[in-house]
Design a protein around this ligand. Structure first.
Ligand code: HAM
Length: 441
């Protein structure tokens, strides 16, 4: 019979690799705490309309990549609801901000999330249909300072710090400004006019976008279209003075904080909600899918989904891609993580009659913080020693005599010393480094 496999574009994460995932998440949580971010967990599926109205109907994400279905219970009624597995988390966070009136206390909300997202893209290295993001959003009413360019620079400085603390070397930060919604509308007109002449020479997607949403032409990845796109007017030339000043303040703060960056006037990002600052951190070791993370400002998003004015800025990093990058570069870090450090003890009951006592002993040792493997009485002594030698630095033998007398036999595999020790002293002994020779097991 054919076996059932994980669905294309999804994968199982197994130990010891999951150890690396946990370490990345732990480092991110630690850094977020220093910047006073709190965790938000939003549902994995939302009303489809949320993504259509925020990410944008014409984006690749909404037009081609979402996992969408009609809710079964309601499909037949007039309450029919279309649901979608979240392709990203910014829309959900802003929905939650509105729903829970988080802006009403007048403070900036600084929220981070870690979780899976879903996009039906063509799977390749670094690109999956279920992937993980670590992201954060800073959002609030304008009087709380949410529009300030200092917020943008602070988020970028935090990201540089986080990547450094994760041990990721050789990243590049590219930034741009896509202006206010008025700037963008003006640029769309300029672009639409410029595309009239060149669009017929471009791919079918670009020909459609040239009419429906010209900005999205800049996302095109078709190689033949690139020289044409490079010749199109730049968004930076359509910015009004306010947007230019905002962007200049962001770069000035980055300079002051010593965060290196490159300007990329083509960086408009593949989601419609962006205004003003947009950015991406890339890494050469990733190949074609080289974006470690992306983000930007979204000053009109809350209003677009029916909320109050609540400018914001945020980012999401691809956790899968952070793992790939670290696996590709940090051999020493990885070795320290992946080397299978042996357990503190292997408990070997000598017969089935000692199994229960062995579990009780393992329980006591584990409660005291020791890492313990538990054998089985049917293994007998020879097999127990063979397994224990692979898994632990010491073996604790538990036969009938040991259980009765409370005097246990312990062998230290690193020093080769074997001896007897009272049960009460076992924890103290096992907490001593196994490699140290002082005559004790
Ligand atoms: P995004 O650029 O669509 O932005 O995704 C952010 C990051 O998620 C990418 O840079 C990449 O590392 C990772 N990523 C995206 N798609 C995949 C995939 N199929 N497989 C693996 N990794 C992937 C957003 O999602 C915005 N919500 C970011 C944001 C937050 N903007 C403002 N706040």
């Amino acid at each position: 019979m054919a076996t059932v496999k994980a669905v294309r574009g999804t994968r199982d994460l197994l130990p010891p690799e999951t150890e690396l995932w946990n370490r990345i998440e732990a480092t991110a949580r630690k850094v977020f705490a220093r910047y006073n971010f709190g965790e938000i967990r939003t549902p994995i599926f939302e009303d489809t309309g949320l993504f259509a109205r925020s990410v944008g109907e014409e984006t690749d994400i909404v037009s081609k990549e979402m996992y969408t279905w009609e809710d079964r219970a309601r499909a037949q009624s007039e309450k029919a609801q279309s649901l979608t597995l979240r392709p990203e988390n910014t829309a959900g966070v802003v929905r939650a901000y509105i729903e829970h009136k988080l802006g009403e206390n007048g403070q900036l909300q600084k929220l981070y999330y870690i979780g899976p997202q879903f996009r039906r893209e063509r799977p390749q290295k670094g690109r999956y249909r279920q992937f993980w993001q670590i992201g954060a959003e800073v959002i609030g009413p304008p009087f709380a300072g949410s529009e300030s360019p200092l917020r943008d620079a602070e988020v970028l400085e935090m990201l540089a710090t986080l990547l450094d603390e994760l041990g990721i070397t050789g990243w590049t930060l590219e930034i741009n400004s896509v202006g206010s919604s008025a700037d963008r509308a003006r640029y769309n007109d300029v672009l639409r006019a410029a595309l009239v002449e060149v669009a017929p020479k471009m791919c079918a997607d670009c020909q459609r976008r040239a009419v429906t949403n010209p900005l999205r032409v800049l996302d095109c990845k078709v190689p033949e279209d690139q020289p044409i796109i490079d010749g199109l007017p730049k968004i930076t030339d359509s910015l009004d003075q306010e947007s230019k000043d905002h962007f200049a303040a962001v770069t000035a703060a980055l300079d002051a904080a010593g965060v290196p960056y490159a300007l990329n006037p083509r960086l408009v990002r593949g989601l419609d909600y962006y205004t003003r600052t947009t950015f991406e951190f890339t890494h050469g070791g990733l190949g074609a899918q080289n974006a470690l993370l992306g983000g930007g400002r979204y000053d009109g998003l809350s209003e677009a989904i029916g909320g109050p004015k609540a400018p914001g800025i945020g980012f999401a990093m691809g956790l899968d891609r952070l793992v790939l990058t670290l696996q590709g570069q940090e051999q020493t870090v990885l070795e320290a993580i992946y080397v299978n450090t042996p357990s503190d003890a292997y408990i070997a009951p000598l017969g089935e009659a000692q199994n229960a006592a062995a579990l009780a002993l393992a329980s006591r040792l584990r409660k005291s913080g020791l890492r313990v493997e538990l054998g089985d009485g049917t293994f007998r002594l020879k097999k127990s020693f063979e397994i224990a030698n692979k898994l632990a630095s010491r073996i604790v033998i538990l036969g009938e005599d040991e259980v009765k007398s409370g005097i246990l036999t312990v062998k230290n595999f690193l020093t080769g010393v074997q001896g007897k020790i009272p049960r009460e002293e076992l924890v103290t002994l096992l907490k001593k480094p196994a490699g140290e020779f002082d005559g004790q097991p």
